[in-house]
Ligand binder design. Structure first.
Ligand code: SAH
Length: 254
C-alpha cells in the first residue's frame, strides 16, 4: 500500500500557532478530510487538492473515508483543531483501523501534534499548569455522566488542576454547573477558576472567578475552563487582570 494518512492538529486558531511540520503536511496532501469549520482554517494553496468536509458528529464515518482514500493511494491529511490526539480525530482513526479492513494496518499512518487548547488558555493568564494537572472532556456523548463524576472526584481528591474541555453545548447546557456543584464538595470555595474563550486567537476573552462564583460565568463551546489546585493563586496588578499561576513546589515560594 502506497497511500499515506497523517492526522494533524491546526492549533487553537492563530495561523502562527500552527507548527511548520503541520503546514508542510497540509501543503503536500492530495486530500484534506475534516470537520468543515477546521477545513475552513486551512489556506487554499494547492488547487489540485480535494477537500472532504463533513459535520461534527460523524467522526468514525469520516475516519473510514480517510482510510479508504489512503488505501486508494492518496496522500491524506485528516484535520483537527488544537492537537489531534486530545479529544479529536487521532483516536477515531485508530478506532477505525482496529475495527476495519486488515489491509489498513499496512498504511503509513502518522500523527502530527498541535498546540492544544489548554496550553493556549494557560498561556493567556499566566502559568496555571505549573504543578500537576489533568484534562477532562465534560461531553457525555461518548461516556456516562457517572464516569465523569468519578473522575472529577478523583482529580479533586488528588488536588490536581483540572482543565475542562467541552464544558457545555446547546444539547447539554447544565453540564458545567453540575460539574462545579460536584467539585465544590471536594475543593475549597475560593479555588481559582479561569474561563478562556477563543484562546490562541485574536479574540481571546478571559474571565477569572472562584469555585463559589463560577456557575454564574459564561461558557460556550469555544471556552476552556481551568479549575485550580489549592496552591493556584492570583498576582494582582494595577490596571490589568491578575496573573494566575500554580507554584511548581508543593509549599509555594517561601
Ligand atoms: N483537539 C482540540 C480539542 C477538541 S474538543 C484541542 O486539542 O484543543 C473541543 C473543545 O476544546 C471546545 O469545546 C473547547 O473546550 C476547547 N477548545 C478548542 N479550541 C479552543 C480555543 N481556541 N479556546 C478555548 N477552548 C478551545
Amino acid at each position: 500500500m502506497t497511500g499515506k494518512l497523517t492526522i494533524v492538529g491546526l492549533g487553537p486558531g492563530a495561523p502562527e500557532l500552527m507548527t511548520p511540520a503541520v503546514a508542510e503536511v497540509l501543503r503536500a496532501a492530495t486530500d484534506l478530510v475534516g470537520y468543515d469549520t477546521y477545513l475552513d482554517r486551512v489556506p487554499d494553496t494547492n488547487p489540485a487538492q480535494r477537500r472532504h468536509g463533513s459535520g461534527n458528529r460523524v467522526e468514525i464515518d469520516r475516519a473510514r473515508h480517510a482510510l479508504q482514500l489512503a488505501a486508494e493511494g492518496r496522500n491524506v491529511a485528516v484535520v483537527s483543531g488544537g492537537d489531534p490526539g486530545v479529544f479529536a480525530m487521532a483516536a477515531a482513526i485508530f478506532e477505525a483501523v482496529e475495527t476495519g479492513e486488515k489491509s489498513w494496518r499496512r498504511l503509513d499512518i502518522r500523527v502530527e501534534p498541535g498546540v492544544t487548547a489548554v496550553l493556549a488558555a494557560a498561556a493567556a493568564v499566566g502559568a496555571p499548569l505549573g504543578g500537576d494537572f489533568c484534562v477532562m472532556s465534560l461531553s457525555d456523548n461518548l461516556k456516562s455522566w457517572a464516569l465523569i463524576a468519578r473522575r472529577l472526584e478523583a482529580a479533586s481528591r488528588g488536588d490536581f488542576v483540572v482543565a475542562l474541555y467541552n464544558p457545555t453545548s446547546r444539547a447539554r447546557p447544565h453540564q458545567l454547573a453540575d460539574a462545579f456543584a460536584l467539585l465544590r464538595q471536594w475543593k475549597p470555595a475560593d479555588t481559582v477558576v479561569v474561563f478562556v474563550r477563543a484562546a490562541g486567537t485574536a479574540e481571546t476573552q478571559v474571565h477569572i472567578s472562584t469555585l463559589a462564583q463560577a456557575h454564574t460565568a459564561p461558557a460556550d463551546m469555544r471556552t476552556l475552563v481551568i479549575v485550580g489546585a489549592e496552591a493556584t493563586r492570583l498576582i494582582e496588578r494595577p490596571d490589568a487582570a491578575p496573573w494566575v499561576y500554580t507554584p511548581r513546589s508543593e509549599r509555594g515560594p517561601q
